[in-house]
Design a protein around this ligand. Structure first.
Ligand code: TYD
Length: 218
C-alpha cells in the first residue's frame, strides 16, 4: 500500500497517552516498506523552534500568561513548518509529527480557556490553511494517562515538566477538547483508543493509516 507523496500525519493526545512509542512503531512500519520518513515534534522540530521550546517548557507553571504561551507555540510552529515540514513534504517524504496545532487548540484553547476559535484565528494567521492530512488523537481515561505519565516522569529530570504539573481539571478539559476537535473534523482526525498494550494500539494506528491511504486513492 503506497501513500501519495508528501503525507503529513500528526499524533495528538494528553499526557501519558503513549503517542511517542506509537510514532516509533509507525515509523518502523513505513520504513519496512522502503518509505522516506521524517519524524519530528512540537514544540520544536527546527533549530529556532527548539530554542523557543526551551522557553516554553521550562520554569514555573505560571511563567507565561496563556496568550503569550499561545503566541510562542505559533512562532515555533511557523518556523517548524517553513524550515522542516514543508520542505520534507515538497520532496515527497512522509512526515510524522509528535503534536501539531491541534495541541494548541486543546491546551491553550480548551485547557487554558482561550477558546478554540481564538486559537484557530492564530492558526490561520501563522500558517494559513496548512494542516496535517491525518491526525491521530490518542485517547485514554484520565487516571490511566496520569499514572503512565507519572511513572515516566519519576525517571526523567524535572526540567521539562511544566505542563505535567498542572491540575486534574486541566487534564479533563484537555481530553474533552481533543474529543471535540475530533468530532469537528471527522475527515482529518481519528480517535485512537490508547488503552491496551503497545502491539494492540499499534495495530489500531496502522489500521487508521491504511484506511486513510486507501481513501487517498478514491
Ligand atoms: P513534551 O515533553 O514534548 O510532552 P509530550 O510527550 O506530552 O508531547 O512537551 C510538550 C508539552 O507542550 C505538552 O505538555 C503539551 C504542550 N503543548 C501545548 O501546550 N501546546 C502546543 O501547541 C504544543 C505543541 C504542546
Amino acid at each position: 500500500m503506497t501513500p501519495k507523496p508528501g503525507l503529513f500525519i500528526s499524533f495528538e493526545g494528553g499526557e501519558g497517552s503513549g503517542k511517542s512509542t506509537q510514532i516509533r512503531c509507525l515509523e518502523k512500519w513505513f520504513r519496512d516498506q522502503g518509505q522516506d520518513i521524517v519524524v519530528t515534534r512540537e514544540p520544536g522540530g527546527s533549530p529556532g523552534a527548539e530554542e523557543i521550546r526551551n522557553l516554553i517548557l521550562t520554569g514555573d507553571p505560571g511563567r507565561w500568561d496563556p496568550v503569550t504561551e499561545a503566541l510562542l507555540m505559533f512562532a515555533s510552529r511557523r518556523d517548524h513548518v517553513e524550515r522542516t515540514i514543508r520542505p520534507a513534504l515538497d520532496s515527497g517524504k512522509i512526515v510524522l509529527c509528535d503534536r501539531f496545532a491541534d495541541s494548541s487548540v486543546a491546551y491553550q484553547g480548551y485547557g487554558h480557556g482561550l477558546g478554540a476559535d481564538y486559537i484557530r484565528k492564530l492558526w490561520q494567521l501563522a500558517i494559513g490553511d496548512f494542516k496535517p492530512d491525518l491526525t491521530l488523537i490518542f485517547d485514554l481515561p484520565l487516571e490511566l494517562g496520569l499514572e503512565r505519565a507519572s511513572e515516566r516522569f519519576a525517571n526523567v529530570s524535572a526540567a521539562e515538566d511544566r505542563f505535567e504539573r498542572m491540575g486534574l481539571e486541566f487534564h479533563q478539559r484537555l481530553r474533552d477538547g481533543f474529543r471535540e476537535i475530533a468530532s469537528d473534523e471527522k475527515d482529518r482526525c481519528q480517535i485512537i483508543d490508547a488503552s491496551g498494550d503497545i502491539e494492540t494500539v499499534s495495530e489500531r494506528v496502522i489500521l487508521a493509516v491504511k484506511s486513510h491511504i486507501a481513501g487517498q486513492g478514491a
